[in-house]
Design a protein around this ligand. Structure first.
Ligand code: ZN
Length: 90
């Protein structure tokens, strides 16, 4: 079952979410885990070639709004992912 993100903590770390580049930043990056699709905002962890980033998709009525973080090492990105789920990062 896909996880849900916890309510964000007041003193959380703010990630810098940026618009997608036309070209994929990491070649062959694959979504390895994602949050439950029942929420309007879905987060995914992408990994590829020993590096990783997070993608945030806001499901709007007519189109989806997609943003991504910078590229991190896989261990850093997984730590950020855990922080996101627990509400320490957003
Ligand atoms: Zn759900």
């Amino acid at each position: 079952m896909s996880p849900h993100v916890a309510m964000v903590q007041r003193d959380h770390v703010r990630l810098k979410w940026r618009q997608l580049y036309p070209e994929p930043v990491l070649k062959r990056a694959r979504s390895t885990i994602w949050t439950c699709l029942c929420r309007a905002t879905v987060y995914e962890l992408y990994e590829g070639g020993g590096r990783a980033f997070l993608r945030r998709t806001v499901q709007l009525d007519r189109k989806h709004e997609v943003h991504e973080t910078s590229i991190y090492s896989i261990s850093e990105a997984r730590a950020i992912w855990m922080g996101l789920l627990s509400g320490r990062v957003r």
